[in-house]
Design a protein. Structure first.
Length: 67
């Protein structure tokens, strides 16, 4: 069984504009959290986790109400 907390390398090509936005988001997290150094990978993980939770909530709301 794979370790869910293990880190993996994730290489993707994104536009320069997306990199700029991610850098701005990281700086915002850094300025508005008290957890110390903030890394791009941590910010991406947080964004993905929140989007995943929102997606699952929407899926639950779309289930037929008779179940």
């Amino acid at each position: 069984m794979p370790d869910e907390t293990a880190k993996v390398q994730f290489n993707v090509r994104i536009s320069a504009d997306t990199v700029r936005k991610l850098t701005e988001i990281v700086e915002f997290y850094q300025d508005n959290t008290k957890i110390g150094k903030v890394y791009k990978g941590d910010v991406l993980t947080d964004i993905i986790d929140k989007a995943y939770e929102a997606m699952n909530k929407q899926k639950l709301n779309k289930r037929p109400h008779y179940l």
